[in-house]
Design a protein around this ligand. Structure first.
Ligand code: SAM
Length: 283
């Protein structure tokens, strides 16, 4: 016996205290994109988030939990689900968890999942769907915040266009607060995206500091909507801007020359989804 209450995981949990353990080295390496790509994996922290991921059908490879989690029914249940899915369960010392997460006060549980991208050709917009295309987004905090906002407004997903920051980096995943598991993400070169855009069956709007149209004057209620947002430094390049049916501007007062990308995306998404967002009268 190794001290676990759950009979389904007794004998299945490996105890690890050494940072030199090869399994731990592989997990630590996931903080670098090169190794995330090599392993086609990424790391997510927190018990609730891992339960949500499993409920949504994501494939867990490794569950790591702190010794303090031993005997915790929720942790043991997730450990049993990991074992049932063919994954590995590691019980580690505080020192190992701090090293894996690079945090002084790490969450008690960390999961390693297989990366999942939606192939662009499988993305077929239906009526009422809203998709967000992000041109060369650079900042992981912006990308994570946008993924979380897409989830919050009930938009369908995100298309990353060109060279972008990695949606599976630790910083992005943290900023999504779990929405990385709920929001499909596709990626495409600018050319592949433009070819796909030609078949888009609804309204294609871009946001641009030189946009001629006030975003509040557009009727978004008919058919699917594709919203294009520009790179943080350069805005939308001409090829993308010219492919939009309309270029919209969010009016500003004051001295700021533009809004932060994630804020501008949030403003647009709440306007586009305005009709669909209702307060639940019971709440
Ligand atoms: N210097 C960049 C430029 O000239 O476009 C600023 C880019 S801004 C930080 C990032 C993106 O947010 C823009 O490309 C656009 O998609 C959106 N954005 C920010 N403020 C906006 C506004 N007032 N109206 C429309 N779009 C805006």
């Amino acid at each position: 016996m190794n001290g676990h209450d759950n009979p389904r995981i007794v004998g299945q949990v490996k105890e690890v205290t050494s940072l030199a353990n090869p399994l731990i080295k592989d997990i630590k390496a996931l903080s670098l994109k090169k190794f995330r790509d090599q392993q086609n994996a990424f790391m997510a922290e927190g018990l609730k988030l891992i339960i949500d991921a499993l409920d949504l059908g994501w494939s867990i490879r490794t569950l790591v939990f702190a010794k303090a989690g031993r005997g915790n029914p929720a942790v043991e249940k997730v450990a049993a689900r990991t074992v049932a899915a063919g994954g590995t369960v590691l019980e580690v010392s505080e020192k190992v968890l701090v090293a894996i997460t690079r945090r002084d006060n790490p969450q008690m549980v960390v999961g390693v999942f297989t990366q999942q991208f939606l192939p662009l050709k499988e993305l077929r917009p239906g009526n009422g769907d809203v998709w967000v295309a992000l041109d060369r987004v650079r900042d992981p905090g912006n990308l994570g915040t946008i993924i979380r906002t897409v989830d919050a407004v009930g938009a369908r997903g995100i298309i990353l266009v060109g060279e972008t920051t990695d949606p599976f980096s630790v910083e992005t995943v943290r900023a999504t607060m779990g929405s990385i598991f709920a929001v499909p993400v596709a990626k495409a070169t600018q050319d592949a995206f433009l070819a796909w855009r030609n078949g888009f069956p609804g309204l294609v709007v871009g946001t641009h500091l030189k946009g001629a149209v006030d975003y509040r004057t557009v009727d978004f209620s008919r058919g699917p909507v594709l919203l294009m947002m520009g790179n943080e430094q350069q805005g939308l390049p001409d090829a993308l801007a010219e492919s939009c049916d309309r270029l919209l501007r969010i009016p500003q007062a004051g001295r700021a020359d533009s809004l932060n990308l994630a804020v501008a995306t949030g403003v647009m998404l709440f306007e586009i989804r305005r009709g669909a967002l209702k307060l639940d009268p019971a709440s």
